[in-house]
Design a protein. Sequence first.
Length: 278
Amino acid sequence: MLYRIVKILNHNSFIGIESDAKQEYLIMGKGVAFGKKIGQTIDVPQEARIYSLKEMTERGDAKDIIKSVSPLCLELANEVLGKAEEEFGKVDRLIMFTMADHLDFAIRRIQNGEQISNPLTEDIRIMFYKEYKVAACIRELLKEKLGIEIDDHEIGYIALHVHAAIVDENFSQAMEIARTVRECISIVEKETGKSIDVMSISYNRLMNHVRYMVVRVIHGEKLKMSLNDYMSVKFPEAFLMAEHICHQMEKSLRLPVLDSEIGYLAMHLERLLDNEPE
């Protein structure tokens, strides 16, 4: 495909216009702009990544984002998504713009000696294990290209961008899921007086159920059956706790949680209450 160069960002990226259209694109690839000049029309290699700049992202217009972030951050985000493709197959490349925007702020924070705390880092690491593993590749990339160290908290946030690239959720929704799971786990710990180990089978079972429960609530999906009558009579303690958690979830998400969710959550809570040692 032929593109006319309108702006060179660095040796590895430029903004170009497709020869038979007026649409602008971001073209990225090793050495793709090296030795090239503005106004020149070039045949872009097949392995280059091409991003439309007419897209609207969670953080604003793609065209505006590339004006405000460094070309290096675009490259870094592109590389992380390349790793995500290796791990997951097809990914939503549009996430590249929001990830680059996040990386730009993260790098500035690190260079200014500012640290952030992410109370959800451990939950994200377990909940989105593969995404976190992919996001962790940024550690070596930043050390190699900028000589800076990135901590686990920042990697946790990048993992949420990776997650958004592989499922029909944006960064904010992924963050909401992680936050809501943590709130639910905290309620269980408070009401039972037991600390739940994030590495335990009990945590993973409950976490996975609550995770998909939150997704159902966000997307307005309904369960086909209700276990409420059975669970409320057979396991009243677990049912009351599930009811409390669902009410809290409604407040946190500002969305209705259907009554049918209570019984299924109670089932998982009962398993936790029955199996966890005192």
